[in-house]
Design a protein around this ligand. Structure first.
Ligand code: 5GP
Ligand code: ZN
Length: 112
């Protein structure tokens, strides 16, 4: 499978890692949209939120268990935003489930 984030997780493409455990990998976004912009991904390939099932939702739970640890490591003591784009209408560009963690400032562009 030709997946950019699977290659990053495997170490075939370099990344700035900020967190890793058995299920989760987190690294700095190459094109940061905030002072802190990190991508949190499951090590198992899941294309987007549409592909979350009873069989793989454990991987997603592990991501949300990791996020407070990641936020702490990144010093996001004043809060942060979590975004996951799924599909063309959301302009998802990498088809491996990921959660953008944005923070480090009062964030602009609040949609909801
Ligand atoms: P999406 O648009 O799918 O929600 O988010 C994909 C994100 O991946 C974008 O914010 C983009 O900057 C980031 N990205 C794309 N290619 C690379 C890469 O090679 N390395 C890193 N660290 N981030 C990438
Ligand atoms: Zn993948």
């Amino acid at each position: 499978m030709d997946c950019l984030f699977c290659k990053i997780i495997a170490g075939e493409i370099p990344s700035s890692k900020v967190y890793e455990d058995d299920y989760v990998y987190a690294f700095k976004d190459i094109n940061p949209m905030a002072p802190v912009h990190v991508l949190v991904v499951p090590k198992k390939h899941i294309a987007c939120a549409n592909d979350i099932t009873a069989e793989n939702s454990f991987e997603v739970a592990k991501i949300f268990e990791a996020i407070p640890k990641i936020a702490s490591v990144l010093g996001l003591n004043n809060g942060y935003r979590i975004i996951s784009n799924c599909g063309p209408d959301a302009e998802q560009t990498v088809l491996h489930l990921h959660f953008h963690i944005l923070g480090g400032e009062k964030l602009p562009g609040k949609l909801v």
